[in-house]
Design a protein. Structure first.
Length: 130
């Protein structure tokens, strides 16, 4: 069995595809977040985000940059008629669960810790940390 590296890019790119093809702006946030948790069930490795540091920030920035460039290339070459507002909403809501997870590592807050437990419940188990 192959394990993939699950960084933000797959969530962002699939969120963009969902947003670009979704016609109901009210159901899209729920669907995008559900898609995030569905993707987290795929066997994969994550990069460490704790302890939070400059290196972690650089990895997250590079991750977001790669997916942004990928989405821009798709827009420019394949379908420039996609609604950008829906696409941006899809990106935002599909990445939001990991944003909350990152916040739970940075800030000690009981609600964020409960969210981390919730997120981990949906996350692929038996994961090796890289």
């Amino acid at each position: 069995m192959y394990n993939f590296i699950m960084i933000l890019s797959p969530h962002i790119i699939t969120g963009a595809a969902l947003g670009a093809n979704f016609q109901n702006i009210y159901l899209m946030p729920i669907t995008a977040m559900a898609l995030h948790f569905f993707l987290d069930k795929i066997p994969h490795y994550d990069y460490k985000i704790k302890p939070f540091s400059f290196i972690v920030s650089a990895k997250v920035f590079a991750d977001i940059s790669i997916s942004t460039i990928t989405i821009l290339i798709i827009y420019l070459f394949f379908n420039p008629n996609i609604n950008p507002a829906y696409t941006i909403a899809g990106i935002f809501f599909s990445a939001l669960p990991d944003g909350f997870l990152l916040a739970s590592f940075i800030f000690e807050n009981k609600w964020l810790q409960k969210y981390r437990q919730f997120h981990n419940f949906f996350h692929w188990k038996n994961q090796k940390k890289s």
